[in-house]
Design a binder for this molecule. Structure first.
Ligand code: PNS
Length: 162
């Protein structure tokens, strides 16, 4: 059985992420969605909630499971026995950002990174833009899964984002 890790902050999980994770699942027997605690930026949704939302969204998808990444991704990949990291590309800027991480992860653990081109119709979606649109009261229902839209709006209201 081949396992791949789809890592990310997923802050929040978008329809673009869901598309890439489903594409990864079509190539590997099992996909572990690795939700990273973000050490460089302060997160919008707490990691526990990002994990819970991803579990909810993929609850009906066979062969996809979700776990928090607490330390280095390279260590997480080894722990789950994955043969590859899968990341989605929307364009050249994504590749420029991803290449050093792919090289570092291979340096640290020997793991290969596989780049997947996501659905062109979703290429405008970024977690940062979703938060910005939502902050100003714009519609996000066609940008993120339903439970995520609910959680983002609740977080912005300062209430229970459950
Ligand atoms: O959603 P993002 O911001 O593109 O995800 C980046 C992520 C979470 C994949 C990256 O920051 C990461 O792997 N973090 C875990 C800590 C780590 O291993 N850092 C070194 C990466 S080379």
């Amino acid at each position: 059985m081949t396992t791949a890790v789809c890592p990310g902050s997923f802050d929040p999980l978008t329809l673009g992420h869901v598309d890439v994770i489903r594409r990864a699942r079509s190539m590997f027997d099992e996909v572990v969605v690795g939700v990273a605690r973000n050490s460089t930026k302060s997160s919008f949704l707490p990691v526990e909630q990002r994990v819970a939302l991803a579990r909810d969204v993929f609850s009906d998808v066979d062969g996809v499971r979700v776990a928090a990444v607490d330390g280095l991704l390279a260590d997480f990949v080894r722990t789950v026995g994955a043969v590859a990291v899968v990341k989605g590309l929307r364009g050249g800027a994504d590749f420029d950002a991803e290449l050093p991480m792919a090289l570092m992860n291979r340096h640290l653990s020997g793991v290969e990174t596989v780049f997947v081109v996501g659905d062109q119709a979703l290429a405008h979606i970024a977690s940062s833009l979703v938060k910005d649109v939502a902050r100003y009261g714009g519609p996000i229902d066609d940008l993120v899964p339903g439970p995520v839209a609910h959680a983002v709006r609740a977080a912005l209201r300062g209430g229970d984002a459950g």
